[in-house]
Design a protein around this ligand. Structure first.
Ligand code: ATP
Length: 244
């Protein structure tokens, strides 16, 4: 079925992405990816290194434009929008957690978490400043004014997650959101993502973490840019029927 027919949430249809390699030859990083990312569900994107997971996440976010196929959100064909319209769509609809966090090292935790609130404003509205403080507390982050560069990797990861949640977006896109965390903190982040899905958000995570995979409602397994069944021995927590 063309998932766009359902007109629900977020979907990709026959998505393909090609890049040039170091010698200038084109190769397909993604081919024929069709999937839905439903509100109320956590979808895990899994697969070996280089299989196209981050490329797929960036296509869903409208950061990358696919070479073929399309990305759609409700009635909007996001992949057909120009760059600035895609940026605006992403700002209004998506909370992103990047693999490298993309924090501003010199800024404090509060300043980093509130950066999405500065678009279109000279100052952070007080309601969003209060929400940022609540997120910072909920994620167990230091409230004192130190540069983010002084935080541990796991703390920086949680700052990135708090920033992604500030504007209460309908879609959460997270690249390896538990990669730097100890098991207890990873379980807590997995629980947070699950709770966000329960609130009706579409949560999409690129992950190698069996804990997160075991809690996902859907699993998309990539191999060399194509969808296929995941290696069950790699993800012992995988439930039957979870595959997208
Ligand atoms: N901008 C780009 N230009 C050229 N090749 C790229 C570009 N971005 C990604 N690639 C290549 O596309 C393939 C898929 O990359 P991608 O980062 O999506 O993989 P991944 O599954 O997320 O890997 P990892 O688990 O290591 O993060 C890789 O071969 C990568 O080198």
């Amino acid at each position: 079925m063309n998932p766009h027919d359902a007109e629900v949430g977020l979907s990709v249809f026959q998505l393909g992405v090609s890049f040039c390699d170091a010698t200038g030859d084109r190769f397909n990083a993604l081919s024929g990816i069709t999937a839905q990312f439903k509100p109320g569900q956590v979808t895990a994107i899994v697969g070996p290194s280089g299989s196209g997971k981050t490329t797929l996440l960036h296509c869903i976010a409208g950061i990358l434009v696919p070479s073929s196929g399309e990305t759609r959100h409700g009635g909007v064909i996001v992949s057909s929008l120009g760059e600035s319209a895609r940026d605006t769509w992403r700002r209004h609809n998506c909370g992103m957690v990047f693999q490298d966090f993309r924090l501003i090292d010199e800024l404090t935790v509060l300043e980093n978490v509130t950066t999405p609130a500065l678009f279109g404003h000279y100052r952070v509205p007080s309601i969003l400043r209060d929400r940022a403080r609540t997120l910072i507390r909920d994620f167990g982050l230091p409230e004192r004014s130190i540069p983010t560069s002084r935080l541990s990797r796991g703390e920086r990861q949680r700052v990135a997650l708090a920033r992604a949640l500030l504007m209460d977006p309908a879609i959460i896109l997270a690249d390896e959101p538990t990669a730097s965390l100890d098991r207890t903190t990873a379980a807590s982040v997995a629980g947070t993502l699950e709770a966000l899905a329960t609130q009706g958000k579409a949560v999409v995570c690129v992950t190698h973490d069996d804990l997160l995979v075991s809690r996902a409602h859907e699993v998309i397994a990539l191999k060399a840019g194509r969808m296929g069944p995941p290696a069950v021995d790699q993800f012992p927590g995988l439930r039957a029927g979870d595959l997208a």
